[in-house]
Design a protein around this ligand. Structure first.
Ligand SMILES: [Zn+2]
Length: 117
């Protein structure tokens, strides 16, 4: 992202992103992963190496990684919800940079004013 120099332009960029900062779906701060695993039934094909494919969500709670099973018919939706989290996270990152830039231009402007008078 290019951060504009002028406060007016910074505010304009900020405003555009503030408007985007609205969840368009449920939001999931987790990753969707595909895991091969055995179900535990010794007579199942998975016991002979053909493991089952399953979709799971993983996320960190403090230091522990949590997982949740995702039924296959929900996978497209859940994927979208994790993408929505990524989109919002990126927006917050950019809004932070622009907000900091705004503070910095304010400091610079004050310094210039003081130098002139
Ligand atoms: Zn099995």
């Amino acid at each position: 992202m290019n951060i504009p120099k002028h406060p007016t332009l910074i505010r304009r960029s900020l405003l555009a992103r503030q408007k985007e900062l609205q969840a368009k779906s449920p939001v999931l701060a987790a990753s969707l992963v595909t895991i091969r695993r055995a179900c535990g039934n010794p007579n199942c094909r998975c016991a002979r190496g053909q493991k089952h494919l399953g979709h799971y969500l993983t996320w960190k709670l403090k230091t522990k990684t949590q997982t949740a099973y995702v039924p296959v018919d929900l996978v497209p939706q859940v994927k979208q919800w994790t993408q929505e989290h990524r989109r919002l996270k990126q927006l917050v990152r950019e809004i932070t940079q622009l907000s900091l830039a705004l503070i910095q231009t304010h400091v610079t402007a004050k310094r210039h004013k003081r130098a002139r008078s």
